[in-house]
Every structure is written in structure tokens, then in C-alpha cells.
Design a protein around this ligand. Structure first.
Ligand code: 9UX
Length: 69
């Protein structure tokens, strides 16, 4: 299992945190996601054989948020 912290911009309330958390944890290979509104970030535990940080960022973007590198 690997861990990465990605930037997540554009979250404005706890509902957004829930949306991003659900988006990330629904991905195959993701076991845990800790999303912080204050830090504008998400720390994700994932299986590097199934998914990578670029795909995590793309999923966040597809959910309507910004995930710059
Ligand atoms: Mo809050 Mo976010 O009212 O996707 S849920 S703005």
C-alpha cells in the first residue's frame, strides 16, 4: 500500500469533503482517503498496482474540483 497527499481546491463545505471522500474511496485500489477542507488536500492510501496519483487527481477533477500537481 502507498500513500500520497494531493491538492484538492474548490471545496467550500463539509458536503464537498464528503463528495471528494466518496469519489476517491469508490475507486478500485483506494482503501482510505482523508480529505481536509482547511488544508485543501486529500491523503490517500492506495495500491500502486491498481491506481496511481495521476488517476486520483483525474477523478477529483471529474467530480468538479481542481487537483493541481
Ligand atoms: Mo457544499 Mo460542495 O454546500 O460539492 S457540497 S458546496
Amino acid at each position: 500500500m502507498s500513500e500520497v497527499t494531493i491538492k484538492v481546491q474548490g471545496m467550500s463545505c463539509g458536503g464537498c469533503v464528503g463528495n471528494v471522500t466518496r469519489t476517491l474511496t469508490s475507486l478500485a485500489g483506494v482503501s482510505k482517503a482523508e480529505v481536509s477542507l482547511e488544508q485543501a488536500s486529500a491523503t490517500v492510501q492506495y495500491d500502486p498496482e491498481q491506481i496511481d496519483p495521476a488517476a486520483l487527481r483525474q477523478a477529483v477533477e471529474d467530480a468538479g474540483f481542481r487537483a493541481p500537481q
